[in-house]
Write a protein that binds this ligand. Structure first.
Ligand code: SD4
Length: 322
């Protein structure tokens, strides 16, 4: 198969990340190199939702999760990783240089340092410090995932459709809150091979040690080079319980389009959560072997960015709730 290169990634920050990935894809690089380079852009951004600038756990520490998967079922991830700037690259080293798939916590950090990744100072970013101080006043343990539409945060106010690049909103809302904490990216290279990546600070003010869906292969990310590649964002617990990204891939295997497959899995979550679905956001992005893309969310306002040879745009996905 000779695919046309394409990359898609979650939320408005996906635009900048796609640019990073495109540099690799447009020069005939591999999808694997592209998805690593792409999300590193987001991990590097200061005061962003992902990486060391993000909101901490409820004890005041930023703890990071990331995963990566290639076209040959090779996969690697890190979870509960502290003071390392590029968890996605550590995940790739786990995949390529260890016999394992997942490393967590201190072990993951020691591995990263042994691999030459600098140990950062662990200080919170200015924005995260402010958010944490605000949170400490009440110290409520209510880890509720952000639901974009209620804040009017995302591209073009969250109405489903396609938007010019200029419509993308900044990652942080005027009131100082993030509109998300994760970037998931899936790509196809010129050879038609697929890869995916996912990196996150997890849910803000989570319990110490909490790990979400993003570093769980099959939940936050899954790639089957015969079928397609999928990444998830939103309330990780509810993605894990249905092996979300893997399930989307399986629907595509049985003939669903990327959007139909994402929709079927979102509907499954809604059936499980019943009325509690009103309080959670989950969204999937999917890319199939033909290079077709799609997404679906529980709530309106979930945006994702697409880049290929001809275009660069934002799409606000359709959703279960209108
Ligand atoms: C998690 N899925 O840790 C991540 C959070 C997320 O936008 O996607 N936030 O549960």
């Amino acid at each position: 198969v000779t695919g046309k290169p394409v990359v898609i990634s979650t939320w408005d920050t996906g635009l900048a990340a796609n640019k990073g990935a495109w540099e690799v894809l447009s020069s005939k690089g591999t999808a694997l190199d592209a998805v690593e380079a792409g999300v590193r852009v987001t991990e590097s951004s200061v005061n962003c939702c992902v990486g060391l600038g993000a909101n901490p756990d409820r004890d005041g520490f930023v703890t990071l999760d990331a995963s990566i998967m290639d076209h040959q079922f090779n996969c690697g991830s890190v979870a509960f990783l502290e003071r390392i700037k590029h968890p996605i690259s550590v995940a790739r080293r786990v995949m390529e240089r260890t016999p394992h798939v997942i490393l967590v916590g201190v072990g993951a950090q020691e591995f990263a340092v042994a691999q030459g990744f600098p140990l950062e100072d662990g200080k919170l970013s200015d924005d995260a410090r402010k958010e944490y101080d605000k949170w400490l006043k009440k110290s409520e343990y209510k880890p509720v995932i952000n639901i974009e539409n209620t804040k009017g945060s995302s591209a073009a106010g969250g109405v489903a459709g396609e938007y010019a690049v200029g419509a993308a909103a900044p990652a942080r809302l005027p009131n100082g809150e993030w509109n998300h904490d994760t970037i998931g990216m899936v790509a196809m290279d010129a050879r038609g091979d697929l890869s995916g990546s996912c990196t996150t600070s997890g849910m803000g003010f989570k319990m110490r040690g909490r790990v979400g869906d993003s570093p769980i292969i099959g939940a936050g990310l899954y790639v089957d080079n015969e079928v397609g590649a999928v990444a998830a964002t939103g309330q990780g617990e509810d993605v894990i319980r249905i092996c979300g990204s893997h399930t989307v891939v399986e629907f595509m295997r049985h003939g669903f389009s990327p959007e139909e497959a994402c929709k079927a899995v979102v509907e499954r979550i809604v059936r499980i959560k019943k009325e509690k679905s009103a309080d959670i956001q989950v969204a999937f992005i999917a890319l199939n072997k033909k290079g077709e893309t799609g997404a679906y969310a529980i709530h309106p306002g979930f945006s994702y960015a697409i880049k290929n040879d001809n275009e660069e745009r934002m799409v606000v996905a359709k959703s279960y709730f209108e």
